[in-house]
Design a protein around this ligand. Structure first.
Ligand code: ADP
Ligand code: MG
Ligand code: MG
Length: 883
């Protein structure tokens, strides 16, 4: 087989498209050679060799040696130097390079081929003994560390000792003689550690290094990284062997890294750092402070060290020429590594540069405007999830963070405020115009009003799908969950982390993207929904087919949703409207009522409030569709817990605490998720559904009058398992519509549809669709009921399921296409059979997940609905799905 691909001198056997075989680094070295750029000649040992190596007891294929020798001979022809030659030695670097850049892999070994003999030859040929011995000591250090596994701490110690004894400060202060002495010491260290001499034979050095690269593919760090990033072990890594160029040959030599555009702001300007008389990773290692590349950057940084533009104008001009070529060729921002040897610039690496979300947006939009990429390509360039970073307030990057503790990054954005320990205090503080962070051990539905009032939420228990996390994400509020080092003492009103105790009223700041909890009030930056964001979203909207709606019930959420471009409300969860202070009391009266009449009396109090809720929503949405779901959760969720609260509520309601407890006991369920909820409530207590339907229709009449836009409410029945339940409830809704039309004298158009969130409903979709005018897939519940996994209890085992690959993803984050997705497809087909124009949507967390949105596009749903802050993400993901 062909195991080796050469590059250099304006040509190469490989090219950029061959990343699988040559790894990212090797493929791009080949590509740069093909472009005629100055690349030190070398060759790539393919990823197939790595696979072969592991399949064959860690041996190399027999043809490899010959192919490598031929490639080395070609390098000799091009450089005039011979690998292993005692008088005219060629030195090489050995560099690992997987398909995707992968931390954890072996570090690069530079200056390979040096030994006690060749070092003298290099000294002679270069006329620079210091350079030769500096290179040799670097080689011994690196090789010992990465190939021979000798702790580099020993070498650092020896160097520090030596400097101290000689009164030397910087590495650059050491002379050839100094390095020579140190190389001797280094070799002693190796001998002591290994019991054998440092390898002197260049060929042995080379194969030792190649073997070490392959071995590093299976080291613990690399395995862990692959696991976290789902990279198969079978990919293997390539090895690049490349002739050395030297940035450490004095003051006309240097090494550096540069981005073709600023990776944090996206500004179209060369950005980077370099170091004179240095080699390899010195720039990033922080041994000396690197210098700026451009004058502009130097001035901005206020540095007094000359820029590359000033210090090495010719090499700088060459870099500018090359970066232009690379950017036009790759049509993307590049991250480049280069070395200057005695004034001549050499390219050692290029790849697509990592960038912040903000930079990604600006770069994509500007590349499109420059004509380098199309608008569609720009849309495809932005990772939808990354937009999340941009849509929330952020901590000023220049501000100091005094971190108290960390938890899970449950909901992005940053917030600062006074600590409050309960939701009522949060609400009171908000009314008084103060900003608060709600700190709870965990939250429950009773905390909704406090969460609304707070700037952010911090919990000490619970994971990424805990109540606090899910609700906070829905509200677009920053949340850190599961900060387990915090001890909360509600009675004292304090929280403690180690030796630090804070009390209610003290200021903290949370960063929900980083999971950090910080002391004090830290300066924030507003989200920048600036020009580029708007431009890109506009391009996305041009290509997408799926509509995007929002899950919203409060006027705030509805307004946010519209600002972010929502095209309607896909899910208004009416139960959230009953937790507010003025609602919960009549709600509880209704629950405690002994008969119809009692319930109706309580519902009559709720009606005007509920009607007003819908008037606001309809008015804000201004003619856009609004889907309202009838009451869904079991009634016991509205009853108080805890002795004190029960006593207070009982008093307010004029009943005994015992009566309240008795009713709570009656309503108690072993498994509320599968209990007395959803349509089952409407079946048992039709008066609740009737009140809600009346509120909806009366509100529609009012809002249509006020806005002058027709309002077409969509009434949605949750948790049906078949058409019989649905028909019973629909009859009540239709009757109520008739009544309201008669009373108001206004013609009303409305739709009645259902959620598909039980497997049985999906199976019976054809029948249901004869009655239902739309389906909304409630994939949260559908996932729970299809997989038989309760979302609230999944935390304890789901991790091992995804880790072992039993499930590809957390099915509550990304839709389980094989199971839940199959049901969605089937219900779509069956539903359309009965009603070809049936409107189909999805609500719940999946509606804002880019991978799930791709699935929705493939099934041909009409819209997705997600939390307001995810609307832009969904718009972009929908566009990408349509590309
Ligand atoms: P990484 O993947 O960690 O960036 P590289 O293989 O790119 O590792 O090597 C790191 C650095 O080593 C390069 O940026 C370059 O400065 C230096 N280097 C690698 N090969 C050579 C070479 N042939 N000549 C000079 N310097 C080299
Ligand atoms: Mg590199
Ligand atoms: Mg549901």
């Amino acid at each position: 087989g062909k195991w080796v691909y050469t590059f250099g001198d304006g040509k190469a056997e490989g090219e950029a498209g061959m990343k699988n075989l040559l790894g990212g680094k090797g493929a791009n070295l080949a590509e740069m050679s093909n472009l005629g750029l100055p690349v030190p000649p070398g060759f790539t040992i393919t990823t197939e060799v790595c696979t072969w190596y592991y399949d064959n007891g860690k041996r190399f294929p027999s043809e490899l040696d010959g192919q490598a020798k031929a490639a080395l001979a070609e390098m000799a022809r091009l450089t005039g130097k011979v690998f292993g030659d005692p008088a005219n030695p060629l030195l090489v670097s050995v560099r690992s390079g997987a398909r995707a850049s992968m931390p954890g892999m072996m570090d690069t070994v530079l200056n390979l081929g040096l030994n006690d003999v060749t070092v003298e030859a290099v000294a002679k040929a270069s006329g620079d003994a210091r350079f030769a011995w500096d290179s040799y000591r670097r080689f011994v250090t690196m090789y010992s560390n990465v190939v021979l596994d000798v702790d580099h701490g020993h070498f650092e110690e020896a160097l520090e000792d030596y400097k101290e004894r000689k009164g030397l400060n910087l590495d650059t202060d050491l002379s050839a003689e100094d390095w020579k002495v140190l190389v001797g010491k280094y070799k002693d260290i190796v001998k002591k550690a290994l019991g054998s001499e440092f390898p002197q034979d260049p060929e042995a050095q080379l194969w030792g290094a190649v073997g070490a690269v392959f071995s590093s593919w299976m080291n613990a760090r690399a395995i862990k990284y692959r696991e976290l990033n789902s990279i198969p072990a079978a990919w293997g890594t390539a090895v690049n062997v490349q002739s050395m160029v030297f940035g450490n040959m004095g003051d006309t030599s240097a090494t550096g890294v540069a981005f073709t555009r600023n990776p944090s702001t996206g500004e179209n300007a060369l950005y980077g750092e370099f170091l004179i008389n240095a080699q390899g990773e010195d720039v990033v290692a922080g041994i000396r402070t690197p210098q700026d590349i451009t004058e502009v950057a130097r001035k901005e940084a206020g540095s007094d060290k000359p820029s590359m533009e000033k210090a090495m104008p010719e090499a700088y001009a060459e870099l500018v020429r090359i970066y232009g070529i690379l950017e036009r060729h790759y049509r993307d921002m590049q991250d480049m590594e280069f070395t200057i040897q005695e004034g001549k610039l050499w390219m050692l690496q290029t790849r697509s540069g990592k960038r912040t979300a903000k930079a990604a947006l600006r770069i994509a939009v500007e590349l499109a405007k420059e004509g380098l990429i199309t608008e569609e390509e720009a849309v495809g360039r932005i990772e939808p999830g990354a937009l999340d970073q941009l849509l929330h307030p952020m901590i000023d990057p220049k501000a100091e963070r005094r971190i108290l503790t960390t938890g899970l990054p449950a909901s992005p954005g940053a917030a600062a405020g006074e600590i409050v320990f309960n939701s009522d205090d949060a609400e009171a503080a908000k009314k008084a115009g103060r900003k608060v962070i709600l700190v709870r051990v965990e939250t429950s539905p009773e905390d909704i009003h406090g969460m609304h009032a707070a700037e952010g939420i911090l919990t000490t228990r619970g994971g990424m799908t805990s109540h606090a996390a899910v609700v906070a994400r829905g509200m677009g509020k920053p949340c850190v969950s599961g900060a387990g080092q915090i001890r909360v003492d509600y009675a004292k009103g304090t929280l403690t982390v180690g030796a630090t105790t804070l009390k209610a009223g003290d200021f903290i700041t949370i960063d929900g993207a980083a999971g950090q909890v910080m002391l004090g009030e830290i300066k924030m930056q507003k989200p920048e929904l600036s020009g580029e964001f708007g431009t890109l979203m506009g391009w996305a909207d041009k290509v997408r087919r799926l509509k995007v709606r929002a899950n919203a019930e409060t006027p705030d959420d509805a307004r946010t949703a519209r600002e972010f471009g929502a095209e309607g409300i896909g899910l208004c969860r009416t139960e959230h409207m009953f937790f507010d202070e003025d609602r919960i009391q009549p709600m509880r009266e209704m629950i405690l009522a002994h008969d119809d009449a009692g319930r109706r009396a309580a519902l009559a109090k709720l009606l005007p409030m509920q009607r007003q809720d819908f008037v606001s929503l309809f008015t804000i949405m201004h003619g856009l569709p609004v889907t309202i779901r009838l009451l869904d959760p079991p009634l016991h969720e509205f009853l108080p817990h805890g002795e004190a609260e029960i006593a207070a509520v009982a008093k307010a309601l004029g009943v005994t605490p015992e009566a309240l407890k008795h009713r709570a006991a009656e309503l108690h369920e072993f498994n509320p998720m599968l209990g007395f909820r959803g349509v089952r409530l409407a079946i048992a207590y039709p008066e609740i559904a009737e009140m809600q339907a009346r509120a909806i229709f009366e509100a529609a009449v009012i809002a249509a009058k006020e806005t002058g836009k027709p309002v077409i409410p969509e009434v949605m029945v949750p948790l049906v398992m078949g058409v019989a339940e649905f028909d019973l409830v629909k009859a009540r809704i239709d009757a109520m519509a008739k009544a309201v039309i008669a009373e108001s004298g206004v013609a009303l158009t409305y739709q009645v549809g259902t959620m598909i969130e039980l497997p049985r409903a999906a199976l019976r979709a054809e029948e249901i669709a004869r009655s239902a005018e739309f389906f909304s897939f409630g994939t949260n519940d559908l996932t729970q009921t299809t997989l038989g996994i309760s979302r609230d209890d999944a935390g304890s085992f789901l991790g091992s399921y995804t880790a072992k690959g039993i499930l590809a993803n957390d099915p509550f984050v990304t839709i389980d296409q094989e199971g839940v997705g199959e049901l969605v497809k089937l219900a779509t087909e069956r539903g359309r059979k009965a009603r070809p124009d049936i409107k189909l949507g999805i609500c719940g967390e999946h509606g804002g997940d880019p991978a799930s949105i791709g699935f929705c596009e493939s099934v041909g749903l009409d819209y997705v609905s997600c939390s307001p802050f995810r609307v832009p993400i969904a718009r972009l993901a929908a566009a990408q799905a349509a590309l």
